[in-house]
Ligand binder design. Structure first.
Ligand code: Q46
Ligand code: ZN
Ligand code: ZN
Length: 316
C-alpha cells in the first residue's frame, strides 16, 4: 500500500517517502502525508459546508479502515465526535460482526472516545441475515435489508440523541462506484441525492461524507501509517456485488488514466450544480417528492402512508 523507494523523497521535507500519489502528483513521508490528510479533510468539510465548527457529530463506525480513519481524523481536528457501531449479527468464517465490534471498541478505548453499540439481534430478536432470509426483499439481496436497517437505526439514534450530523467514511472509490451504477441506469432521483452532504430536516439527520474525495488507497495508507488496528476482512455478503464490479471496472480505467476517478467525481459535482443548483448538498431522502408522512408505529418519516419499511420489516 505504501511506497518505499529510497530514491523517492518527500516533497515537503526531503526525507524518505512513504507514499506516492500520482493522481495528485504528490510524494510524502509518513508525517507529511498524515498532515496532508487532516488538512484536506478540514478543507472538504469547509468547501461543502458539511457542518459548522462545534457541531456534535456521530460517526457511523464499522471497524474497517475508512470509518476508523475518519473518526481518528475528526478527533485530531478537534471535532466533538462520538461513534455508533451496529452489531448486525453477520458471521462468516472470521465472525465478521464480532471481530469488527472488537476493532471499534479497541479504537475507542485507546483514545478515550465514546462508542455506542446497538446489538441488532438482542434488541430486535433477529440478526440482519435472519431478517434477510425471512423476507422477499432480502432473500436474494441481504444488502438491501442491511442497508435499510443501517439507515433507519443510525438516523433514529442520531436524532434521538441530539447530534447535528451523522458522518460516514465513504471514500472516493465508494462514491464513483455508486455514481457509475446510477449513471448507467440513469437513476435521476438517486443522482440528485448523491452528494458530499445531505441536508437534514423532516425527521432526517444531516449526513456528511468528509472522506468522499479520498481514494481508498489513501484512507488505507492513513490507517496503516497512523497504526490503526482495523478489521481487514470484508463482509462476506459484499462478494460479487454490483458495486464491487463497478469499482473493479473503474480501477482498470484508473490504472490507464491516473486521476480518472477524481475527475469523474468532481465533474459530476459540477454537473449536479447545473442540474440541481448545488454541487455539494443534496436533499434528504423523499424531500424532493413533496414531503414525507410519519410512520404511525415509530413516528419516523416514510414516503408512503402507513407503516415505514423498518416497522414492516421487524413487525410485519
Ligand atoms: S455490511 Fe450489510 Fe455491507 Fe455486508 S450485508 Fe451488505 S450492506 S456488504 S457495506
Ligand atoms: Zn516529509
Ligand atoms: Zn416505523
Amino acid at each position: 500500500m505504501t511506497f518505499r523507494n529510497p530514491a523517492m523523497k518527500c516533497r515537503a521535507c526531503e526525507q524518505r517517502a512513504s507514499i506516492h500519489m500520482p493522481q495528485h502528483k504528490l510524494i510524502f513521508c509518513r508525517e507529511h502525508f498524515l498532515e496532508w490528510m487532516l488538512a484536506q479533510t478540514a478543507r472538504f468539510i469547509k468547501k461543502y459546508q458539511m457542518f459548522p465548527p462545534g457541531a456534535r457529530l456521530l460517526a457511523a463506525v464499522s471497524g474497517g479502515k475508512d470509518s476508523l480513519s475518519l473518526w481518528d481524523a475528526l478527533w485530531r481536528l478537534g471535532c466533538a465526535v462520538d461513534g455508533l457501531y451496529l452489531h448486525l449479527g453477520i458471521g462468516g468464517e472470521a465472525g465478521y460482526s464480532d471481530a469488527s465490534e472488537q476493532a471499534a471498541r479497541r479504537f475507542a478505548g485507546e483514545r478515550g472516545l465514546a462508542l455506542y453499540v446497538i446489538p441488532v439481534q438482542q434488541a430486535y430478536g433477529e440478526s440482519v441475515p435472519q431478517m434477510a432470509a425471512r423476507t422477499h426483499r432480502g432473500r436474494l439481496r441481504p444488502c438491501s435489508v442491511c442497508g435499510l436497517v443501517k439507515r433507519y437505526l443510525m438516523n433514529r439514534y442520531a436524532l434521538e440523541h441530539g447530534y447535528d450530523a451523522l458522518v460516514t467514511g465513504h471514500n472516493l472509490d465508494d462514491e464513483v462506484g455508486v455514481l457509475y451504477g446510477n449513471v448507467l441506469a440513469w437513476q435521476m432521483d438517486l443522482l440528485r441525492r448523491q452528494a458530499p452532504v445531505l441536508q437534514g430536516g423532516e425527521g432526517f439527520v444531516r449526513k456528511a461524507k468528509p472522506f468522499c474525495r479520498f481514494y481508498e488507497r489513501e484512507t488505507a495508507a492513513y490507517a496503516l501509517l497512523r497504526g490503526i488496528d482495523y478489521i481487514e476482512d470484508e463482509c462476506p455478503f459484499a462478494e460479487g456485488s454490483t458495486l464491487l464490479e463497478n469499482k473493479e471496472a473503474l480501477n482498470r480505467l484508473e490504472s490507464l488514466h491516473p486521476g480518472m476517478k477524481l475527475h469523474f467525481y468532481s465533474g459530476f459535482l459540477n454537473a449536479r450544480a447545473q442540474m440541481f443548483g448545488s454541487s455539494g448538498t443534496g436533499l434528504a431522502e423523499g424531500e424532493e417528492s413533496g414531503g414525507m408522512k410519519r410512520c404511525p408505529t415509530c413516528g419516523q418519516p416514510t414516503q408512503a402512508a402507513g407503516k415505514c419499511a423498518w416497522c414492516k420489516l421487524v413487525n410485519p
